[in-house]
Design a protein around this ligand. Structure first.
Ligand SMILES: [Mg+2]
Length: 180
């Protein structure tokens, strides 16, 4: 009898501990920033293949391609809300973005400096989407639009939230997760 009532309590305790220590990692392209609209604006789509980016043209434009991007719909309000939750010590917030060339990192850094007051110490750049899994553990959550990032993160014991365009729903989910 004693064991039966004790075990669920232990589980609940572990779950609460996990949420109190939530580390939340945010993807940039097509989660926080509107990469697709930027590619469309400059017509940097490949002519020979559908829905493929012409990376030569992106790279030729330099950091400005990244620094002048707009927010994804609802992302700015959501980011402010997440920073508020962080200031209440309810979660720890990070930006985790994969980019494999220097101008991209420079442009993204510039965007963060221009559009947010977020500390650059909490911005992590990695080379490949799969590399995001290096930051996965049982207390970490990744919000990302790409399965290439999400699946390895989940396999490495991280928690994932697939971004499909609705920041309001995501904020509700985070708030319910951290509610005690
Ligand atoms: Mg993305």
């Amino acid at each position: 009898m004693c064991k039966l009532s004790f075990i669920p309590e232990l589980h609940l305790g572990a779950w609460r501990w996990k949420l109190r220590n939530m580390k939340l990692y945010l993807d940039m392209d097509d989660t926080l920033v509107d990469f697709v609209s930027q590619v469309t604006k400059y017509d940097f789509w490949r002519k020979d293949k559908e829905n493929k980016v012409d990376w030569k043209k992106v790279k030729a434009m330099g950091p400005r391609f990244w620094s002048e991007m707009g927010w994804m719909p609802g992302a700015e309000e959501a980011f402010i809300k997440l920073q508020e939750l962080e200031s209440q010590k309810r979660l720890a917030l990070y930006i985790l973005s994969s980019i494999d060339f220097e101008d991209g990192r420079i442009g993204k850094t510039y965007w963060i400096k221009e559009k947010t007051n977020f500390s650059l110490e909490k911005v992590i750049f990695c080379l490949e989407p799969e590399d995001k899994a290096k930051w996965a553990d049982k207390n970490s959550w990744l919000i990302d639009d790409r399965k290439k990032s999400l699946e390895p993160f989940a396999s490495a014991d991280g928690n994932i939230i697939e971004f499909t365009g609705n920041w309001k729903l995501i904020i509700k989910r985070i708030e319910s997760l951290i509610r005690e």
